[in-house]
Design a binder for this molecule. Structure first.
Ligand code: ADP
Ligand code: MG
Length: 599
């Protein structure tokens, strides 16, 4: 038998590779723009005609290429960006596969014009379907211009497969947006069919967002940032009330590369939980910087998927940062509360480092926590607090003039809900501001925990038992925790392979959404696992509290507000959420007075 295996001619191999790299005009746009970014351009112009079907041109003022490099850049696996395997792990550039130009050249009529700063004269190369038709010296600006005409001219099936101009243009716009956001310091000019589509001056990220999406974004952006050993995060999130019904303005970048991640999207949405109308998507632009050693960008040729080795921690960081941004942003009134050092922020400071241990710290079981419910406001009186001789509370010192024992004891009973999120109430020391969701979480957490400890969770039977299917890993996790979950008040049985039949849920939770509750519990449990290291009991108690608590945004009756505050004061640790955030603080009279300059 004769030998039949042959190496493919380059042109064919390139065409095959092109199928992966260049799916549509937008993919070529992306590759060309990224090359310009990698070339250190300060200004990039994108010119599109006929939705990229007749022309895609990218002009930059980057480092350009020598004659030899220009020729080589069109070869497959020709790249200036990595030289050895290790480079793959320290990647900082957008490209690295050395496939883009070769692939685009294989399926179009491409003209490359380029000049590096140290040459007088530039190079022009004209390629058609991988064949170099012309190469000559040419007068050119420093930088590179690549024109791609008649994409897929030699693959009619591909060309016919392209969608309508409006669809293809939408894809191009998306790619353009992503790169423009990721590189606010680069000036961009964008023409569509000879009309100027947009002109983006170089500047800060916030400016770039506003010039891309419009002036109205100026007011709705909340900055977020966070830094851990693993990851550095910065970016902006939009106000919940400005969220849109369509997706498309959600951006996550890892080391300046746009990525798609349902997992991290979920983290953001969780942070917005309870604040968004059903089916609305908030604007966000989040940049993560991670040592490239901890990620693998190589899993997909178009590179919008990415693998992290510690996905869960990153989830936790994103969640925390966004949550923080939303909170801080909505709380940004004319008065800067941050500056305030009041009772509770001090108490919180004193205990925040120990917050995790505090859950059960017997020392914390002070008269403050065992308070007589009906007269809890007395306990909030500074003089009483100062006398309480237990460790965390002893940290408190009160220099304030409010400390006057002969103050009237009758406290006005007014109770107000602010913005459907906070409960305001006068107490002896001043104005008490309670975060309703945080407070309710603390209350439910302690109750759930008691149920778990005493195995005493009461259950309500479901009218219609529901089955819940899950992954083998989740199934195993639930099996492992069955006694604990039952103790909370859930009734369920194994029901076939990897599924459970939910027959009852805890008595104190609203019925009707058993399946969601059960799944939510599991999800929250796993999330807690990722972000806090808690023992199973605490984690479960917290997970259910999170799922079942009153939300921010929920209007409350006066009795409900009163009851929340009463129950909160009966908690062992009323001042902190289970994960250590404040549940309330007191805006002291002294401080209020100081705002009116009357010491
Ligand atoms: P990659 O970007 O993965 O290296 P490409 O095929 O996109 O592969 O580009 C091949 C090489 O051509 C790049 O490594 C770079 O050296 C050079 N190159 C491409 N575009 C430009 C540009 N706009 N300016 C300067 N050099 C470029
Ligand atoms: Mg490239």
């Amino acid at each position: 038998m004769p030998d039949i295996i042959q190496l493919l001619p380059d042109a064919i191999a390139n065409q095959i590779a092109a199928g992966e790299v260049v799916q549509r005009p937008a993919s070529a746009v992306k590759e060309l723009l990224e090359n310009s970014v990698d070339a250190g351009a300060r200004r990039i112009t994108l010119i599109i005609k006929d939705a990229g079907k007749s022309l895609i041109q990218v002009v930059d003022d980057g480092i350009g290429m020598s004659e030899t490099d220009a020729r080589l850049s069109l070869e497959r696996h020709a790249t200036s960006k990595i030289r050895k395997t290790e480079d793959l792990f320290t990647l900082r550039t957008m490209g690295f596969r050395g496939e883009a130009l070769a692939s685009i050249a294989a399926v179009s009529q491409m003209e490359l014009k380029t000049r590096p700063a140290d040459r007088e004269i530039g190079t022009l190369i004209y390629v058609e379907g991988s064949e170099v038709r012309r190469q000559e010296p040419v007068a050119a600006e420093v930088g590179t211009s690549v024109s791609v005409r008649n994409l897929f001219f030699n693959i009619p099936a591909r060309r016919n497969f392209l969608k309508s101009n409006s669809v293809e243009l939408r894809h191009i716009n998306e790619e353009f947006q992503r790169i423009a956001i990721a590189h606010p310091h680069i000036a961009f000019t964008y023409y569509i069919n000879d009309t100027l589509e947009c002109e983006l001056p170089p500047g800060k990220l916030s400016h770039r967002i506003v010039s891309l999406f419009g002036k109205s974004y100026q007011k709705q952006l909340a900055p977020c940032s966070e830094e851990t050993d693993l990851v550095k995060l910065h970016g902006y999130v939009g106000r919940p009330d400005a969220a849109k019904r369509t997706r498309g303005e959600q951006f996550i970048f890892v080391n300046n590369r746009f990525i798609r991640s349902n997992y991290l999207h979920h983290a953001v949405m969780t942070a917005f939980e309870g604040l968004l109308p059903e089916g609305a998507y908030p604007f966000y632009t989040i940049f993560l910087e991670i040592d490239p050693r901890h990620i693998d960008v190589n899993i997909h040729p178009t590179k919008t998927e990415i693998k992290f080795d510690d996905e869960r921690s990153i989830y936790g960081v994103v969640l925390a940062a966004v949550r923080q941004a939303i909170g801080a942003h909505n709380l940004m009134p004319a008065i800067d509360f941050q500056e305030d050092v009041n009772i509770m922020t001090r108490l919180e400071k004193a205990s925040s480092e120990q917050a995790r241990e505090i859950y059960f710290d017997e020392r914390f079981n002070t008269p403050l926590q065992r308070s007589n419910l009906k007269r809890w406001e007395e306990l909030l009186d500074t003089s009483t607090l100062a006398q309480a001789s237990t460790q965390p509370v002893r940290e408190l010192r009160f220099e304030s003039a409010v400390n006057q024992p002969d103050q009237p004891t009758a406290v006005d009973r007014w109770l107000v809900q602010l913005d459907n999120r906070y409960i305001l109430r006068q107490v002896r020391a001043g104005l008490m501001i309670v975060d309703q969701q945080a407070a309710h979480e603390r209350i439910l957490f302690e109750r759930n925990l008691d149920r778990l400890m005493n195995r005493s969770g009461e259950s309500q039977q479901s009218l219609f038992p529901q089955t819940v299917e899950m992954s083998p890993a989740d199934f195993a996790l639930i099996l492992e925790m069955t006694p604990e979950i039952r103790a909370l008040g859930f009734r369920f049985e194994v029901f076939g392979r990897y599924s459970f039949l939910i027959e009852g849920i805890p008595a104190h939770v609203n019925a009707g959404r058993e399946k969601e509750l059960f799944e939510g519990l599991l999800e929250q449990f796993k999330l807690n696992q990722a972000t806090l290291s808690l023992p199973i009991n605490e984690n479960l108690a917290l997970a259910l509290a999170r799922r079942a608590s009153i939300r921010s945004g929920q209007p409350l009756q006066k009795e409900e507000m009163a009851s929340i505050i009463d129950q909160l004061m009966a908690c062992r640790t009323p001042n902190l959420t289970p994960d250590g955030k404040p549940t309330f603080f007191i805006f002291e009279f002294g401080k209020i007075e100081s705002y009116f300059s009357r010491p």
